[in-house]
Ligand binder design. Structure first.
Ligand code: SF4
Ligand code: MG
Length: 328
């Protein structure tokens, strides 16, 4: 497929508690293809949300570029940024925290449409009513306020709002994580149906690998601000190539790749992000680490068609049906 959005050497830095710079994104290279849902996984604090927000131009990168449909949007400001933002929308984790309690649902949903597309309130009315129908709330939800709705309903409102401006790219950041498990599947199905109907491209951020397997076409894994693996959903879940991906999967009994029944416990310390070690950032927890891992940072390289991995000793080195070599 063609890339809709492409990050190149994207770097985001925050000031750490001790005053030093913490690199939240370490030169991230990532392509998200038109029409796909890319699942972005990794432990909390690894930079998933930062990457999502940087791609939406909510936070400005220290360096690197973001290319959206052939346009470099990295330094856009003012009107041009506002117009571009209409194409880039977000579904948040906490539906309650992200909906203004004093506003009517219709106004909340219409907001990105009015602000980014310059549509009048009158023109927005029917679009909003149709969206509220589509997400299963009905147009009668319009005059009501967020507290009158359950968590799952509020997340439907959040989806309607994100799609109101007819964006091309949506970032869903832990979009169902705050919901009861019984509600998660319904909201997830609604989101994926709407994404498909409208031909949207989605970055689906989640710490929940089961949910990602359900919704994603491809999977990208982050660790300490780096992308460490990208693979198709099936390749990833049938045999991850990076030792960290394998550890993540092995921690979920139902997702353990066949033939790998043992849980791989991650031992060792997470390095101080303000002061990471030389070489591979995963070396302090990797069961396979050897001398070169402590001196040379592995590049993100292609090991099989459609598979990239940042590891000197990847667990998968060929195309489909990998036979992983167990080391150590
Ligand atoms: Fe482990 Fe070395 Fe691969 Fe890093 S490069 S993940 S330390 S084997
Ligand atoms: Mg997060």
């Amino acid at each position: 497929g063609t890339p809709l959005i492409r990050a190149e050497k994207l770097r985001v830095e925050f000031r750490g508690r001790s005053g030093g710079k913490v690199r939240a994104l370490r030169d991230v290279d990532l392509e998200i293809l038109e029409g796909e849902t890319l699942g972005l996984v990794g432990e909390s604090g690894c930079g998933k949300s930062t990457l999502g927000r940087a791609l939406l131009r909510v936070i400005e990168p220290a360096s690197g570029t973001i290319d959206f449909l052939g346009l470099n949007i990295t330094r856009l400001r003012g009107t041009r940024l506002r117009r571009t933002r209409a194409d880039l929308q977000m579904v948040f984790q906490d539906p309650f925290g992200s909906l203004n309690p004093r506003r009517r649902i219709a106004d909340i949903v219409a907001e990105p449409l009015l602000r980014a597309r310059g549509v009048s309130k009158a023109e927005a009315g029917p679009i909003v009513a149709e969206l509220l129908e589509r997400v299963g709330l009905g147009a009668e939800a319009g005059p009501r306020r967020p507290h009158e709705f359950s968590g799952g309903q509020r997340q439907r409102i959040g989806i309607a709002r994100a799609l109101a401006s007819s964006p091309k790219f949506v970032v869903a950041d832990e979009a169902v994580s705050a919901l009861d498990v019984s509600i998660q599947a319904q909201v997830l199905n609604l989101l994926s149906d709407m994404v498909r109907e409208r031909g949207l491209t989605m970055l689906f951020i989640s710490h929940d690998l089961g949910v990602v397997r359900h919704i994603a076409d491809r999977v990208a894994v982050m660790y300490l601000g780096q992308i460490i693996e990208v693979a198709s959903r099936d390749d990833f879940f049938s045999g991850p190539a990076h030792p960290y991906s394998e550890a993540l999967l092995s921690s979920v009994p139902s997702l353990r790749p066949s033939g790998r029944r043992e849980r791989r416990v991650l031992e060792g310390e997470l390095p101080d992000p303000a002061n990471p070690p030389a070489g591979c950032l995963f070396q302090t927890r990797c069961p396979f680490a050897e001398a070169q891992c402590r001196t040379r940072m592995p590049e993100l390289r292609t090991v099989a068609p459609g598979r990239t991995v940042r590891c000197h000793l990847p667990l998968v080195t060929g195309p489909a049906q990998p036979s992983p070599v167990e080391k150590g």
